[in-house]
Structures are given as structure tokens and as C-alpha cells.
Design a protein around this ligand. Structure first.
Ligand code: SF4
Length: 428
């Protein structure tokens, strides 16, 4: 029999006090999400209405090849737009007309807000409505914000998916929707495990193309694959869909608990669950045990960045033997994070939001073996002798479900091994 996850004797952390911080933050903006979203949605185009800085961020992060036709771009707001001397809505209409005339492969156009477009209060929802009327039914135009004014980088995906939910068709079909943009190979593994248990029909949001049969309604249940999808969760519930709360599918234990929540909903019997999961679970346990050797007994400190911090802390403390000192997250949504918090043993400090100088002081005082943080903090901390892991790498690397569990542990053990090697060289 597949055993249920052991809950910590101390009773979990759902009701632990949270240190709320509202100060200077060091995070990437939500435009970053376009880099993985444009690969996932094959007929979508992301038009950022922003500055040259926004264009540079996207180009350098996405590493665009000059001979490829990219599926994102930036309509640069010039000084005359920012000063209100030109009608930015008219300018935007012209850019979109030219884009859609040239690129007939585009079926979904996202107008993406940025810091500059928000500062001049450019109303992109009005623009999207106007353009939808003009280009329907061949192109669907939506808008969301990727601005860095009040966001962290994973909120771009959340805002994008949430913008799609209100325009999904109604359906009365009993169905499971997996929510979150995963690499194709990982998504296929999840769908295959669930299908082998007899669960279906299974749909995914975001769908690869606009013309798929993805709908939503009162008989829809959904499982989140990423913990940063709070607005999408709320939008789906507004359409009558029901969330299946579960720990996130990181590591063997998290994946099993996530699958079990769905299997219970669909009445899968214990023998079937065991038959489908036994072999991949064993592979995952073996791979984690190998990769986690360097992690056992080591301390870890999370700066708030990717919003994966709480499920990852659960995985690293329970399955890899690490000890969490502080778990910082940009937002702590208990309806989404609750099952992971229940499995975490008490002890770490939980912080929500950031006041970066105060948090750096806490980190320096704790001297953790490993610090998970954004790129801007990693180099200074390395210079102070602290081993770091870039949080953004966790979103760009396939880390979900059984077959990636060893790689996930390996992402954390590599910087520790590297730090050990540097120490050895230093003492040689
Ligand atoms: S949206 Fe804001 S934070 Fe992001 S690149 Fe543009 S100006 Fe910078």
C-alpha cells in the first residue's frame, strides 16, 4: 500500500506567526513570465507596452535568435507618449494593425502592461476590448500587467492565465483542468500518470492553442501545478470550478500527495493508485537519496522571489534532510499553500514580503549553508562567503513530478559542492 504522508509531530506550520515585511524589494518583474509562456502557447503573441528597459530585459532573458520570428515584442513608449503629447491608444492601434497584418499565425494577442504604461495610466483593458471587436473571431486580444511596481516575476504567468479565464467557453462537462505552464515533457508525465489511473478528461491551462476545446464550469475541478497562481485560482472559482487543495508536486512525497488528492476526487481505488505510482516513486526516492547526500544536515534560507519557497522548503526539509532557517515568500496564500504548510515541521521563521536590508541582516546572522535568492542578491552574498542558489533557475528548469525529483535535489546540492571545492582550493 502507498502510505499517506507523515505529518510533523509538532503539528505543522499553517498557523505559525508570519513576519510581514513592506520595504524595499529585490525581485524581477512579471515580464519574465513571457519567456516561458510564449514557448507554451504556440499561436500567442505578447506585445509589451513599455520602455527600452523592458525590451532589453526580454531580449537578454529570452536569448532571441535573429533569424527566428519571435512571438513577443515591445511597443516602445516614447517621450511624447509619456508626456501625454501623443495619443498612446492611437499609436498602439497602429502597431497592432501592422503586427496582425504581417503575422497571420497570431490567434491570441496579449497586451502586456509595464511600469511605464501603468505610470501614465494607459488603459490596456479598453484597448483589448476595442481590438477584440475589430479582430474577432480570428484573433482574441487580452491584456495583463507584467509591471514590476507591485509584483514578483512569477506573477506575470498568474496575471496572464487569470486574463484568459473569463473568456473560456462554458462547459457542463465533468473534467479535470491542470493549471500552470509546465515544460511539455513534464506535463506529459502528469497527464500520463493520471490517465493510467483512469482519470479524464484532462485539460490544461494554458492550452497550447486558442482553438482547443478548453472550457470551464461547475463540474470542472482543477489542480494547480504552480503555487503562484492565486489570481487564476480566484478567477476559476468565480466561474464555478472547484480547487483540489494539495501539496505541490515537488519530490516523491509531494507528487504522491498531489496525485492522491486528484485520485480521491475521481474515486480511484488504492490498488490502481499503487500500480500506477509504485515504480516511478521508487525511482524518485532512489534519485533523491543520491542527490541529497550533500544536503543532509545543511541549513537553508529563502529570500522571497519565485513563490515556490514554501513547497520547496517542505521538500528539502522532509526528503533531503535540510534545516530551514527562514522561509520568505512574496505572498502566502493559505488556501493554496496550506497543505504544504501542514507538512512542514515548526522551527523556521516565515516572512511575507520583503524589507531587503533587514532580511540581509537576518541572513548574515544565521550564516546558512545555502541561500536561495534573486540574481541581484546572489553575487554580493557569494562575495561574503555564502553559497547561493538563484531562485529563477527553479522556474526555468523541469523540477515537477517523480522523474525530475532527483534533478530538483541536485539543483540545491550543486552550489554546496561548488562551495566545498572552492574551500578546498582556498586551503590547498
Ligand atoms: S516592467 Fe518595469 S521593472 Fe520590468 S523591465 Fe519594464 S520598467 Fe523594468
Amino acid at each position: 500500500m502507498t502510505e499517506a504522508p507523515r505529518l510533523p509531530i509538532s503539528g505543522g506550520c499553517r498557523n505559525e506567526p508570519i513576519l510581514k515585511q513592506r520595504g524595499q524589494r529585490e525581485v524581477f518583474c512579471g515580464l519574465t513570465g513571457i519567456i516561458w509562456l510564449h514557448r507554451k502557447m504556440q499561436d500567442a503573441f505578447f506585445l509589451v507596452i513599455g520602455s527600452r528597459t523592458c525590451a532589453h530585459l526580454l531580449q537578454s532573458a529570452a536569448g532571441v535568435m535573429i533569424f527566428a520570428e519571435p512571438r513577443f515584442g515591445t511597443a516602445i513608449l516614447e517621450e511624447s507618449d509619456l508626456a501625454g503629447m501623443a495619443d498612446a491608444q492611437t499609436e498602439l492601434d497602429k502597431v497592432v494593425d501592422q503586427l496582425l497584418a504581417r503575422r497571420t499565425d497570431i490567434k491570441q494577442l496579449f497586451l502586456v502592461g509595464s511600469c511605464p504604461s501603468e505610470v501614465i495610466k494607459l488603459d490596456l483593458s479598453r484597448a483589448a476590448e476595442r481590438m477584440t471587436e475589430k479582430y474577432a473571431p480570428s484573433v482574441r486580444v487580452l491584456n495583463f500587467s507584467g509591471s514590476g511596481i507591485e509584483t514578483t516575476f512569477t506573477q506575470g504567468e498568474d496575471a496572464c492565465l487569470a486574463s484568459m479565464v473569463p473568456v473560456l467557453p462554458d462547459t457542463a462537462e465533468r473534467q479535470l483542468v491542470l493549471v500552470g505552464a509546465l515544460p511539455d515533457v513534464v506535463e506529459e508525465q502528469a497527464v500520463s500518470l493520471l490517465s493510467d489511473m483512469g482519470i479524464g478528461p484532462i485539460k490544461v491551462l494554458p492550452a497550447p492553442r486558442a482553438d482547443t476545446d478548453l472550457g470551464v464550469g461547475e463540474n470542472t475541478v482543477f489542480a494547480l501545478t504552480q503555487p503562484f497562481l492565486g489570481d487564476t485560482h480566484a478567477a476559476l472559482e468565480r466561474r464555478g470550478a472547484r480547487h483540489l487543495p494539495a501539496p505541490f508536486p515537488f519530490g516523491e512525497e509531494g507528487t504522491t500527495a498531489w496525485l492522491r488528492a486528484i485520485a480521491d476526487e475521481f474515486g480511484v481505488d488504492a490498488d490502481t493508485f499503487e500500480r500506477v505510482t509504485a515504480a516511478p516513486r521508487a525511482r524518485a526516492r532512489k534519485a533523491i537519496a543520491q542527490a541529497a547526500q550533500a544536503l543532509r544536515g545543511k541549513s537553508i534560507f529563502f529570500f522571497p522571489d519565485s513563490q515556490l519557497e514554501i513547497p520547496l522548503a517542505r521538500f528539502l526539509t522532509r526528503e533531503c534532510g535540510m534545516e530551514a532557517t527562514e522561509i520568505g515568500a512574496p505572498f502566502i496564500h493559505k488556501g493554496i499553500m496550506g497543505p504544504d504548510l501542514d507538512m512542514l515541521a515548526q522551527g523556521p521563521t516565515f516572512s511575507e514580503g520583503q524589507d531587503v536590508d533587514l532580511q540581509l541582516d537576518r541572513c548574515r546572522a544565521a550564516r546558512p549553508d545555502l541561500t536561495v535568492c534573486g540574481l541581484g542578491l546572489a553575487n554580493p552574498l557569494e562575495a561574503e562567503g555564502l553559497a547561493t542558489k538563484w531562485a529563477i533557475e527553479l522556474v526555468f528548469t523541469p523540477v515537477h513530478f517523480y522523474e525530475q525529483a532527483g534533478d530538483l535535489a541536485g539543483l540545491f546540492s550543486r552550489p554546496l559542492r561548488r562551495a566545498d571545492l572552492l574551500d578546498l582550493e582556498g586551503t590547498a
